[in-house]
Design a protein around this ligand. Structure first.
Ligand code: SF4
Length: 700
């Protein structure tokens, strides 16, 4: 091809929260346009790297299975009739039953501009806080932990800290498979500087254990006991940063007292293992503790986060190069959704729903008729309310809860029986879309335009290089039109995502006047051309400040400006194994698939990694059950069942099993593992315990 026949667009990977920059090149060929992708060497997240999923993106752009027109009751319909019905049914339901009778369930894969309009429509104009997101399943416990300790949901550090650290502690995080480019960056740093140490804390040995100097296979759910033990040892060894604590931290004595209650035996770790861990952590100043779903997806997830934060606060190891706690988010825009107020208990720009002054700022800015004064229903409770009829109209965007929610069969029945369900998706045949009254075709990666925020607070552009297929529309555009049709003409008169980002950035400047961290007001007067050219940038983005770490100055976002250490006690997972359900089921990702596989499942080479849903089980347990490798086993709980291929592995301990979360009922009729997972939730964050469900296993 000549240069004139190719164009290269800088965009961002649509999968995980690492947020890698991608160069997508579209070339006209005699057989039609072809796309190739490679890592963007100029993007700060990946510096040219991509993982297996990112490098296979070009194989996922086929139009097979794409939804090209709206459907009403399964029949093709016009946008005019579909949107008219969406607006009128939501309006009628609200008039008849009040604003809390409707709900939006959205996604960490929406772009920030989509998310902003959805949140504004629900909280500002419909007047309910019943908007929650699949990020509830992902990092709600980190949000709660950050808010309790710091006053805001703030990630203190940035990725370069991972390379500058002398010790990386991975807690409940299979970074090698779930955030592969971060893992590659750490592996490269360790190779260049072999003295760098890595400790992997995970009940299961994973691909991330390969790089680790020490793997601690603690008892599932015992992270609070482990980090409480670390805190007491920090104190006993005289390693508390007393000056930092005196000047900047509240709650040290109570946290230490609770930590000293001797629960460390709950970890199941030997004295030698504990000593090696505490010696390394305490003896290394530059320590980054990375944590992910093994911490968050737990009925004590928020406490686990705070137990980690307690240790960093007690030692003053936060906000400085090469040290700090680091929550890595699962989804490409989980952070953007948190910032924009996409969770039922948050407001835009990290403002608090329960705070009258914060509400007044948002209400005045939006010219909103009303704002809810309390949190709405979090995901698990939201689907319970759909099931018992309290929610009568539901709009699901960019996510597939019939596969991904715990107790997925109950969620399926709830959606099937709901009076009115709208689904916005790229595909019309997902398990959730098949139950909808109205399905709206959405644009996807390569077609959409907007911004996302990754795990290190870097805002990047997703840019289009393909036309929208059929009549598919952008989510922000559809939401805004429904807002206008519901009667709020001026408030939803958006014509471009840049206009939405400008409004959001202006609001963030007002939020910052309440002492909040999220301030991107430097973007409030971006022109369309500047928006198109926006380079990746870390927030805060103000006239005075561009990016950087938080808390190096010891100033936190609580009313007192001081951080909080919390008194915490170990709590075991909600349900122990028993004679009927003697195994503990852990669920998670595999390396080459993403969520419910609607995109990654289209790439042949990604399907070669793990071709079907499987159950990782210890050989000793398999022998007891009469199972051999490649047999089919039924996994069942009080909530449902799945049938999986047996994979013998000593990476799981006897009594524990692991199954991947990705398979849908189209791909494997009984592979939906979340039908088995219990919907027990953390009482603070509402995040479900996706890693510790008691199950029975039988040979088929
Ligand atoms: Fe995409 Fe994550 Fe892989 Fe980067 S590490 S290419 S963001 S899936």
């Amino acid at each position: 091809p000549t240069r004139a026949e190719s164009k290269t667009v800088k965009t961002t990977c649509p999968y995980c929260g690492v947020g890698c920059g991608v160069l997508a090149t579209l070339t006209d060929t005699p057989t039609g346009p072809q796309v190739t992708v490679k890592g963007d060497p100029d993007h700060p997240a990946n510096k040219g790297r991509l993982c297996s999923k990112g490098s296979a993106l070009a194989e996922t752009l086929s139009l097979d299975g794409r939804l090209l027109h709206p459907t009403i009751s399964g029949a093709q319909a016009s946008w005019e009739s579909a949107l008219s019905q969406v607006a009128s049914r939501f309006k009628q339901t609200i008039e008849a039953h009040g604003p809390d009778s409707v709900a939006f369930y959205v996604s960490g894969q929406l772009l920030t501009e989509d998310y902003y309009v959805a949140n504004k429509l629900m909280k500002g104009f419909i007047g309910s806080a019943n908007i929650d997101t699949n990020s509830r399943l992902c990092m709600a416990s980190s949000v709660a932990g950050h808010k309790r300790a710091f006053g805001t949901d703030t990630v203190p550090g940035q990725y370069e800290d991972l390379e500058q650290a002398d010790l990386i502690v991975l807690v409940g995080s299979n970074l090698a498979w779930c955030h592969p480019v971060l893992y590659q960056r750490i592996a490269a740093a360790k190779s260049a500087r072999p003295a760098m140490k890595i400790i992997n804390i995970d009940p299961r040995r994973t691909a991330s254990s390969d790089l680790a100097d020490l793997h601690l296979a603690l008892t599932p759910g015992s992270d609070v006991a482990l980090f409480n033990h670390l805190l007491t040892t920090i104190h006993e060894m005289g390693a508390v940063d007393s000056a930092f604590v005196a000047q900047h931290v509240d709650g040290f004595d109570a946290a230490l007292s609770a930590a000293s209650s001797g629960e460390v035996q709950a970890t199941g770790l030997s004295a030698n293992e504990l000593a090696e861990f505490t010696r390394a952590w305490i003896g290394t100043e530059k320590v980054v503790t990375i944590y992910s779903q093994g911490v968050n997806q737990s009925t004590s997830g928020s406490d686990k986060v705070n137990a980690i934060l307690n240790c960093h606060l007690a030692t003053g190891r936060i906000g400085r190069p090469g040290m700090g706690p680091f929550s890595v988010t699962g989804q490409p825009n989980a952070m953007g959704g948190r910032e924009v107020g996409g969770l039922a208990n948050m407001m835009a720009c990290h403002l608090d729903l329960e705070n009258a002054g914060h509400r007044a700022t948002v209400r005045d800015f939006w010219q909103a008729p009303t704002l809810p004064e309390a949190a709405g229903l979090k995901a698990v409770d939201m689907f319970r309310a759909v099931g018992d009829g309290r929610i009568k109209a539901l709009w699901v965007m960019c996510t597939n809860p019939v596969v991904s929610m715990p107790e997925a069969d109950r969620v399926k029945a709830a959606i099937a029986n709901c009076d009115f369900v709208v689904v916005s998706d790229m595909y019309g045949d997902t398990d959730t879309a098949k139950l909808a009254d109205i399905v709206l075709p959405a644009t996807g990666w390569g077609e959409k335009t907007g911004t996302v925020t990754n795990s290190e607070r870097c805002i990047s552009r997703q840019r289009p290089f393909l036309p929208a297929p059929g009549t598919a529309r952008h989510d922000w555009d559809v939401l805004a039109e429904v807002g206008r049709r519901m009667g709020w003409q001026a408030e939803f008169a958006y014509e471009s995502p840049a206009e939405i980002l400008r409004e959001y950035a202006t609001l963030s400047g007002l939020a910052a006047q309440h002492g909040k961290d999220f301030d991107i007001s430097a973007l409030s007067d971006l022109t369309e051309v500047e928006y198109d050219a926006l380079p990746p940038q870390h927030w805060p983005l103000t006239k005075e400040r561009r990016g950087g770490r938080f808390f190096a100055d010891g100033r936190f976002f609580t009313p007192s400006g001081r951080a909080n250490m919390l008194p915490l006690h170990h709590r075991a997972p909600a349900k122990p194994a028993d004679a009927t359900h003697p195994f503990i089921l852990n669920t998670g990702r595999i390396r080459d698939q993403w969520h419910t596989m609607s995109r990654s499942g289209l790439a042949p080479r990604l399907n070669q990694h793990m071709a079907e849903p499987y159950l990782e089980i210890h050989p000793t347990d398999a022998t007891t059950l009469g199972l051999q490798a490649a047999d089919l086993a039924e996994v069942s709980s009080a909530h449902g069942r799945a049938i999986l291929r047996v994979l013998l592995s000593d990476k799981v301990k006897p009594g524990a099993v692991f199954a991947p979360m990705h398979w849908t009922s189209q791909l494997s009729s009984a592979g939906r593992i979340d039908a088995v997972v219990a919907a027990e939730v953390d009482p603070v964050s509402g995040q479900p315990e996706s890693k510790a469900t008691p199950v029975a296993i039988t040979k088929l």
